[in-house]
Design a protein around this ligand. Structure first.
Ligand code: S3P
Length: 177
């Protein structure tokens, strides 16, 4: 079979825990002819342990080093993918734009709480204490905005978010997406 392979630029989704990065990412990958990668899943697969276990056994600093390493790998080796980052990644990796287009999925904390199930919260060590999670959210919002090429209102359907992203890509980057 004759195929002509083009590697589109990566798209990175950033935002707080529970803002819908993975759900949006999967549909966006499908519609933009890219693969979908989830950094948390990648780290868990490489380590052979869950994120709560990594935090418990080695601490947060170790986890952040793994995030940095994954960012270096993505900048060098990954093309043509939609990448869902962990919520803390824009704090530890300063040059996310070297990996791809950076899109911030912005959702108010109250909406995040409505969406995130107890089971999903249990998977996130930094979401166990609600007051601390809210503090983290407030501290990070500006950082997400500053790192993003575009901020999207994530308080609507996955399809609407994906369509707006595709429109933005087309308008700003055309056929060189
Ligand atoms: C974290 C977010 C999590 C995961 C880890 C730390 C954070 O990813 O990377 O628990 O610091 O916000 P999600 O944003 O996918 O939940």
């Amino acid at each position: 079979m004759d195929t002509f392979l083009t590697c589109n630029k990566n798209i990175l989704l950033i935002g707080f825990m529970g803002s819908g990065k993975s759900t949006v990412g999967r549909m966006l990958a499908h519609k933009s002819d890219r693969y979908f990668l989830d950094v948390d899943t990648l780290i868990e697969a490489s380590e052979g342990r869950t994120i709560p276990t990594i935090f418990k056994e080695n601490g947060e600093a170790y986890f952040r080093e793994l995030e940095k390493k994954s960012a270096q790998w993505m900048a060098t080796c990954v093309r043509g993918s939609v990448i869902a980052t962990g919520g803390g990644m824009p704090l530890v990796v300063k040059e996310l734009h070297t990996i791809g287009h950076v899109i911030y999925l912005k959702l108010p904390f109250e909406k995040i709480l409505e969406r995130i199930t107890p089971e999903e919260r249990a998977k996130r060590p930094l979401f166990h204490d609600l007051a601390k999670a809210k503090q983290l959210f407030e501290m990070r919002e500006k950082i997400y905005e500053a790192e993003a090429d575009i901020t999207l209102n994530a308080d609507r359907s996955v399809e609407e978010i994906v369509n707006e992203t595709l429109l933005w890509l087309d308008e700003t980057h055309g056929s060189t997406t």
